[in-house]
Design a protein around this ligand. Sequence first.
Ligand code: ATP
Ligand code: MG
Length: 298
Amino acid sequence: MTEVVGFGALNLDKIYSVDKIPRADEEGFVKDVKLYPGGSAANTIVGLARLNIKTAYIGKVGSDEEARILLADFEREGVETTLIVRAEGRSGNAMIFVDEKGNRAILVDPGVNDTLRYDEIDIEGARKYRLVHLTSFICKNGLDSLESQKKIVEEFEYVSFDPGMPYAERGLEDMKKIIENTTIFLPSRQEIEILFGMNYREAAEECLQMGVEVVAVKLGSGGCWIRNRDREVRVKPLTVRVVDTTGAGDAFNAGFIYGFLKEKDLEECGKFGNLVASHCIQRFGARDGLPRLSELSL
Ligand SMILES: Nc1ncnc2c1ncn2[C@@H]1O[C@H](COP(=O)(O)OP(=O)(O)OP(=O)(O)O)[C@@H](O)[C@H]1O
Ligand SMILES: [Mg+2]
């Protein structure tokens, strides 16, 4: 059995440095543009690939330059791309405009992300992986991808799930099927409290009753809190110089899943999560700081 397959959105973030953010009928000028491949599950999968875990991705891209960049980036990281569906249309992307004062304006284009039907997925190919890691789709262009996730959870020995705000806001009824099939639940504190409408400790108890094995709640600068049937543990974060927390949660997931696959105990898994996240937040962007195994003193 190979190891982890991610299933979530694929986005290319384009960060434009501009002289000003124009209003209607105004004109601005682009000084520079930088491209950052993203998508929450995709960031976690790249984190795992850098820790020498065998990885693949289930997602959908269009037939455009963005698709080529997203796929080439995965290939550079050693992530298997054969389960990614190539369709007509645009790949998911976001245009982020940043002016000289640091003001931002963002236009998100979900593209084909939300339209991945179950019958388009190579299930036999996906089932070679031991664990599937799920994150949210925006669901602006339909529910196909979410419906496919609800179906695919039954096919795997292990499921890890980070709902993000988009799925937390959809409510428990809609997420029930996925949660009931989840092995490792990886919400932030705010997400689990919104999803269950109660404090995170009580919500974690509910999760266990629904069949989840491990609940790891991300507490930002407070580290994390983890619960399984037998025990609970709070793991303090590392003290580091924070540059940018984009993707901290995704990096945490990579470390935590790595610990789980290596059969570490709850506290060790939490420490790995905090450690990988601490590397991520010392660099700009979601992926630049993701460490290689050789950089970690494990
Ligand atoms: N200021 C910080 N110092 C040290 N570690 C931090 C800090 N902020 C975040 N982390 C680490 O990153 C992890 C994830 O952060 P956070 O709780 O903000 O996740 P999240 O809300 O899912 O983030 P994201 O916006 O990336 O989805 C934390 O559990 C912790 O390990
Ligand atoms: Mg998160």
